[in-house]
Design a protein. Structure first.
Length: 249
């Protein structure tokens, strides 16, 4: 039985003052929500603040990216070991905003996934098709290609206890949510694809839906078969919205 997981992706938002208010509100309102795992992935500089405020709660925290190398002359990068030092449980890898704007390749994402696992951090690996891919009927092909970059290098053991986020690119930040049926179909395709290559891992991998989830659509989307929770962008920046989504899950 997979526990539901709701993760807030704060993206490049926040300040020490805003974060304190938001994190303290989450602790006050969500610490009693025991039936679902909850986490926030925030900008690197605020990991220390998250650790200080969330450590005594059941809310986990993590980052939105990680370096492909262990350390050394990689200006501007942050290693998995550093994330671990600040108590990170999760790290998002392969978010479409990074693939597009920072030219991350499938191979880069596979390395980030593997290095996170080696350091005991759970990668949240994002996959999803563009609008053009959906409209031209190659949605499954596009997702399979993204998945195979991980499945072919990681092996079943590395996949165990990891998280995949299905995030159709056209639904992120757009208010265009995938329909419950589109979400169900994509999630079941992803699980079947994993099962075909690594039957042992398929049942333990949690598959989150992300893309314009809000308090009004959360309960329908997150209760679809094969949906194990959500990756939440904009609504994770509002304590009330995020709380309502977590409770809906
Ligand atoms: C995201 O960026 O991962 C996301 C799902 O954003 P939003 O919820 O704002 O669409």
């Amino acid at each position: 039985m997979r526990r539901k997981l709701v993760v807030g992706n704060w993206k490049m938002n926040g300040s020490l003052d805003q974060n304190r208010l938001l994190l303290e509100a989450l602790v006050r309102h969500l610490d009693e929500v025991k039936q679902v795992d909850i986490a926030v992935c925030l900008p690197y500089p605020y990991l220390f603040q998250a650790q200080a405020i969330l450590a005594a709660s059941d809310i986990a925290w993590g980052a939105q990216n990680v370096a492909t190398h262990e350390g050394g002359a990689y200006t501007g990068e942050v290693s998995a070991a550093m994330l671990k030092e600040f108590g990170s449980t999760y790290v998002i890898v392969g978010h479409s905003e990074r693939n597009g704007a920072y030219c991350e390749s499938d191979a880069d994402v596979a390395s980030k996934f593997a290095i996170a696992k080696q350091h005991g951090i759970t990668p949240i690996f994002c996959v999803g098709e563009t609008l053009q891919e959906r409209e031209s009927g190659v949605m499954e092909y596009a997702i399979a290609n993204q998945l195979d970059a991980i499945l072919s290098v990681s092996g079943g053991a590395l996949l165990d206890q990891t998280v995949i986020a299905y995030e159709p690119v056209w639904a992120i930040g757009t208010n265009k949510t995938a329909t419950p049926e589109q979400v169900r179909a994509a999630h079941s395709f992803i699980r079947e694809r994993i099962a075909a290559l690594h039957p042992g891992a398929a049942e333990s991998v949690r598959i989150l839906y992300g893309g314009s989830v809000n308090p009004r659509n959360a309960s329908q989307l997150l209760s679809m078969p094969d949906v194990d929770g959500g990756l939440i962008g904009r609504c994770a920046l509002d304590a009330d919205d995020f709380e309502r989504i977590c409770r809906a899950a």
